[in-house]
Design a protein around this ligand. Structure first.
Ligand SMILES: Nc1ncnc2c1ncn2[C@@H]1O[C@H](COP(=O)(O)OP(=O)(O)OP(=O)(O)O)[C@@H](O)[C@H]1O
Ligand SMILES: [Mg+2]
Length: 254
């Protein structure tokens, strides 16, 4: 059996009476791209924040790279790259200074930070923006910088919360080329997206609704759940069918 890189068991997060994440058993395997989809407010970000140790669970457990999170998170944080939904770059710092700052947080040696910065600025087509303050970058440029910051220490597990939101189609294609090449190099990726065409490119997809993981499988597995008249349903049709037909959580609101 392939090793689980992320495993949650009966994971719950409450905000007051709201169950933002409700009894989620998620298993992300080594070397896969796992996509999380679900309507706004479904609990995707809350789930990712618990996986990267930023938010303590109300109930249940999270194991990442064999360690219990948040308790043992310090032992694995250098192996994880997190790109938050809200841009995490520092507006008053330049592009290069942002990368330097993240490199120091990760405890990287100065020479390695410089080498990785040069490499990533080329990869992200940002060489000429090196000295630009982050506050003056466009939305897409900020996202490229944010992805570069998450990749700086060459982590083996990437947690990407809506990395492609608002990007123009060409840049979205480019981001996916990066994800595919990182994945081919052995990196495991957990990604959330509202673009269902992107879900189709994931090895496995989890669908969330109202805090619950209501379906999970390869895109083909999920498509097989939809009754169709011969032709293969689109990911949009799969999503609509599953969200409409999944059993409601007890006491949940529609
Ligand atoms: N810090 C918080 N305090 C109170 N409620 C919160 C907090 N964070 C999230 N919530 C609530 O938890 C639920 C899940 O939110 P979450 O951000 O995880 O959803 P999401 O699936 O990431 O949505 P989106 O697709 O819009 O990013 C929502 O009802 C949200 O209002
Ligand atoms: Mg979110």
């Amino acid at each position: 059996m392939v090793e689980a890189i992320i495993e949650t068991a009966e994971l719950v997060r409450l905000f007051g009476a709201r169950r933002a994440v409700d009894r989620v058993d998620l298993r992300v395997k080594k070397g896969e791209i796992y996509g999380l989809v679900g309507p706004s407010g479904a609990g995707k970000t809350t789930l990712i924040r618990m996986i990267c140790g930023l938010l303590p669970p109300s109930e249940g457990s999270v194991t990442v790279l064999g360690r219990s999170v948040p308790r043992e998170f310090h032992a694995i944080e250098a192996r994880i790259g997190y790109m938050p939904q809200e841009s995490a770059v520092y507006r008053d710092l330049t592009v290069a200074e942002n990368l330097l700052f993240f490199g120091r947080i990760y405890g990287m040696a100065g020479r390695r930070i410089t080498a990785r910065t040069d490499e990533l600025l080329v990869l992200m087509h940002m060489r000429e923006l090196r000295k630009q303050r982050a506050s003056r970058l466009s939305g897409g440029e900020k996202q490229r910088l944010s992805l570069a910051c998450a990749l700086l220490h060459d982590p083996e597990l990437l947690l990407l919360d809506e990395p492609t939101i608002g990007l123009d189609p060409a840049l979205r294609i480019e981001f996916w080329a990066h994800f595919d090449s990182l994945n081919r190099a052995g990196r495991t990726i957990l990604i959330t997206t509202h673009y269902l065409a992107e879900a189709e490119r994931c090895g496995r997809v989890g669908m969330m609704r109202r805090g619950r993981l209501i379906a999970d499988g390869t895109p083909e597995d999920l498509k097989a759940q939809v009754p169709s008249a011969g032709k293969s349903p689109s990911m949009e049709e799969v999503f609509l069918y599953i969200t409409q037909h999944a059993p409601s959580a007890e006491g949940g609101t529609p």
